[in-house]
Design a protein around this ligand. Structure first.
Ligand code: DX5
Ligand code: ZN
Length: 218
């Protein structure tokens, strides 16, 4: 399967968010990465269900909602009702991961699990078979525009080997620090979906920026 770029709206111009989203969709993007931060799990705050609900009215892209929040179980229903297609929670944010993943799936959306750069993939051992996606963070979550952490590359390689054996339908998403220099490293390591924020939305032409990223990935 060819890799897909999921543009992250974190670096978009929030004064014209609807237009920014429509623009990348018209340019061929199929997945929109939406970063939700609560100021507790990560030292930054972004947006929540009302903004996702508003975007849902102007876009039919798959909404890939990355929850960087504590107590995610309290808000799942709101995010589903707002229009999420994939909900990704952080392994570090729950002591009841199995239950949390089942809760997401029971709501009829796809379930993703995100791992911070320092979190070993062993945490996936008993839940990988239930997941639709694993998100490997290649920066410490909280901010756009950070530098790619090279140390995550062997983690992507190791995870893709395990996924091929345990749950071949499960996708690997990599998030943070992706640009035309780093994208080939993660695509070669085994990423299926690659998130790009600053490398798309700080560029004068985000659609062209996505095409350049795809070209650099090959
Ligand atoms: C970081 C977020 C990312 C962020 C990536 O905490 O999870 O999705 O938007 O931004 P870039 O691509 O600029 O590193
Ligand atoms: Zn993200």
């Amino acid at each position: 399967m060819p890799i897909k770029i999921a543009p992250s709206i974190l670096s978009a111009d929030f004064t014209k968010l609807g237009e920014e989203v429509k623009r990348v969709e018209a340019g061929g993007a199929e997945i929109l990465h939406i970063d939700v931060m609560d100021g507790h799990f990560v030292p930054n705050m972004t947006i929540g269900p009302p903004v996702i609900k508003a975007l849902r009215k102007v876009s039919s892209m798959k909404f890939d909602v990355h929850l960087m929040i504590e107590r995610p179980e309290l808000y799942l229903e709101e995010f589903v009702n707002a229009g999420a297609d994939i909900i990704t929670v952080h392994a570090e944010a729950s002591i009841h991961l199995h239950r949390l993943i089942q809760q997401i799936k029971s709501m009829g959306v796809k379930a993703g699990l995100a791992l911070n750069p320092a979190t070993p993939i062993e945490v996936l051992t008993y839940v990988l078979q239930d997941l639709d996606m694993v998100l490997l963070m290649s920066v410490n979550p909280g901010f756009g525009g950070q530098q790619f952490i090279q140390g995550v590359l062997p983690k992507i390689v190791a995870l893709s080997t395990i996924i091929a054996q345990v749950n071949p339908g499960c996708l690997i998403e990599v998030d943070g620090g992706i640009n035309t220099d780093t994208i080939s490293l993660v695509s070669r390591a085994g990423a299926d979906i690659i998130v790009a924020g600053a490398a798309v939305f700080t560029k004068p032409d985000p659609v062209l920026a996505i095409k350049e990223l795809l070209a650099a990935a090959e």
